[in-house]
Design a protein around this ligand. Structure first.
Ligand SMILES: Nc1ncnc2c1ncn2[C@@H]1O[C@H](COP(=O)(O)OP(=O)(O)O)[C@@H](O)[C@H]1O
Ligand SMILES: O=C(O)C1=C[C@@H](OP(=O)(O)O)[C@@H](O)[C@H](O)C1
Ligand SMILES: [Mg+2]
Length: 173
């Protein structure tokens, strides 16, 4: 069995981008929990939040995480709120190593500048403050859930991917 590489972290830290890159580079299957939710419901993440609210989304997320946690040898990118429910982390840990992509508020804001409209929780006038607030709320959860912490502030997404693979390979020895 090959362990899964699981990426957690705040919105905009590059989980989806780095996960896709990692999988391609190292010939692993890539799964993004948000994409699975979109595929299952036929709705965008924005639409789900708008029509049914956050709680409904969290429930879908929990079901999807439970399913994808059973796979082997995959790169799994999660949504930033996955740490809010401890059961998600327990499931992901069964067959996966958990990497926290850790970024500062200003780096996250910079990364999300052109796609803030795709993040329903940051859909407000002062999204810098909202990022700061949510990050404060979640910081400890990310820390507690992860096996490894990667600071992304000064790395390209490619460099983050390489760093993760180095750790993953060294763990297998
Ligand atoms: N290390 C990085 N440096 C610069 N830009 C990045 C980096 N990682 C991701 N990005 C960019 O930030 C945006 C958000 O990335 P994404 O992968 O969707 O994050 P997440 O899935 O964590 O919300 C994308 O436009 C992506 O190209
Ligand atoms: O942090 C969150 O609560 C969320 C993060 C998003 O995923 P990304 O972290 O990939 O942006 C997506 O799941 C949804 O908008 C909620
Ligand atoms: Mg993502």
């Amino acid at each position: 069995m090959r362990e899964n590489i699981v990426l957690i972290g705040f919105m905009g830290t590059g989980k989806t981008t780095v996960g896709r890159l990692l999988a391609k580079k190292f010939n692993m299957k890539f799964i993004d929990s948000d994409d699975e939710i979109i595929r299952k419901t036929g709705m965008s993440i924005n639409k789900i939040f708008e029509k049914y609210g956050e709680e409904y989304f969290r429930n879908l997320e929990k079901i999807v995480i439970e399913e994808i946690s059973k796979l082997d040898g995959c790169v799994i990118a999660t949504g930033g709120g996955v740490v809010k429910d401890e059961r998600n982390i327990l499931n992901l840990k069964k067959k996966g190593l958990i990497f926290h992509l850790n970024g500062s508020v200003s780096k996250i804001k910079e990364n999300l500048e052109s796609e803030i409209h795709k993040r329903p929780l940051l859909n407000c006038d002062n999204y810098y403050e909202k990022i700061k607030l949510l990050l404060e709320e979640r910081r400890e959860l990310y820390k507690r859930a992860s096996d490894f912490d990667i600071n992304i502030d000064f790395l390209s997404s490619n460099e983050v991917a390489v760093k993760i693979m180095e750790i993953y390979n060294s763990k297998k020895l």
